[in-house]
Write a protein that binds this ligand. Structure first.
Ligand SMILES: Nc1ncnc2c1ncn2[C@@H]1O[C@H](COP(=O)(O)OP(=O)(O)OP(=O)(O)O)[C@@H](O)[C@H]1O
Length: 327
């Protein structure tokens, strides 16, 4: 089991910002943690990593690959981070030192956790770059963070999270800061890595459309508590709470905004926007190229060729309507 959280509470200034939640992520499973802003998603992730802010107190149990995090010493938790659990944040630049090459930064945790020589760690850095499908891995590891595109840097951040061969990968809104076409490629990458490595994935987002693309199951948080828990399909088609109905509605709106057509286009089964049309607001009349300069085309991405929409994130056109959902 990659992760088992039992009755986790996080209290800050006397307030339970995470209020007795329990869930699991099996090896090779993709689980979403979804909720609106302030629902406690990030604090849950930080508690798993043993990185809660000063003054925050966690109780309950968090087992990562069988090892308890709550109450563990700083030293043990630091060892767990990287070797058992890796995290990818929204903004890849926050994971890198701007004045060191990407390769050196990938090699550091490899040396730390695998105890290999400098030369072996450098070779492993190239392998990691290849694993996350960075183009020309030998060359890209010599570059500095500012010399690669945002999508490439997020791939490198995923490589960094995997450098210690963790059993659990946490992704905290890892596609939110990216252009929508790159978002789909990064989601495909997570999907593929979980399949290849058998690592558990805890994917944090506020967007059910994104979640539907990546997760099998999801845990829905509201005010620090779990309000629904089930397959993503069940959440989309049989929402039980007002909150999930709202998330479905807003996911449909996201999908709409990601299509070039009118909102109703997304409601018509079979019509999923204009293939190949970029989506984002961007400059009128100046559609963005599907890949940024230097961004890999990644022709071997699974799902990419048959993904019709613009973002590769399926529109929720078969989701219940608001009327259905509230019945
Ligand atoms: N360092 C802190 N000190 C005090 N309160 C905090 C701190 N960090 C978070 N909180 C509070 O804890 C609650 C949960 O925050 P958290 O960041 O986990 O939410 P979230 O679901 O990740 O939101 P978002 O999607 O906006 O990141 C919020 O009410 C937030 O204001």
């Amino acid at each position: 089991m990659s992760l088992e959280v039992r009755d986790l509470r996080v209290v800050i200034d006397g307030r339970a910002v995470v209020d007795g939640i329990s869930f699991r992520v099996e090896d090779g499973e993709r689980v979403g943690l979804i909720g609106e802003s302030g629902s406690g998603k990030s604090l849950t992730a930080l508690a798993i990593l043993g990185l809660l802010p000063d003054g925050a107190v966690a109780t309950g149990s968090i087992r990562v690959d069988g090892e308890e995090v709550v109450g563990a010493s700083d030293r043990d938790v630091a060892r767990l981070r990287g070797s058992r659990v890796g995290i990818v944040f929204q903004e890849p630049r926050s994971s890198f030192n701007p004045i060191r090459s990407i390769g050196r930064q990938l090699a550091d945790p490899v040396r730390r956790f695998a105890g290999v020589s400098r030369t072996e760690a450098a070779a492993r850095a190239v392998e990691l770059a290849r694993l996350v499908r960075l183009p020309d891995p030998q060359a890209i590891v010599r570059r500095y963070p500012h010399q690669v595109s945002g999508g490439q840097l997020q791939r490198a951040a995923i490589a960094l999270a995997l450098a210690g061969s963790p059993r659990l990968l946490i992704a905290d809104e890892p596609t939110t800061a990216l252009d929508v076409t790159i978002q789909a490629e990064i989601l495909d990458l997570f999907d593929r890595l979980v399949g290849e490595l058998g690592t558990g994935l805890l994917f944090i987002t506020h967007d059910l459309a994104v979640l539907r693309r990546i997760a099998d199951r999801a845990v829905v948080l509201q005010n620090g508590a779990i309000v629904e828990d089930g397959t993503v399909d069940d959440l989309v088609h049989r929402p039980r709470t007002e909150l999930v109905r709202r998330l479905v509605a807003s996911a449909r709106a996201t999908s709409w905004s990601a299509t070039a057509g009118a909102p109703d286009a997304a409601e018509t089964p079979g019509e999923r926007g204009t293939p190949g049309m970029p989506t984002t607001p961007g400059a009128p009349g100046a559609p963005r190229a599907p890949t940024a300069p230097g961004e890999p085309e990644i022709p071997d991405m699974p799902g990419a060729p048959d993904m019709p929409g613009t973002s590769g994130i399926p529109v929720l056109d078969d989701a219940p309507t608001d009327e259905e959902g509230s019945r």
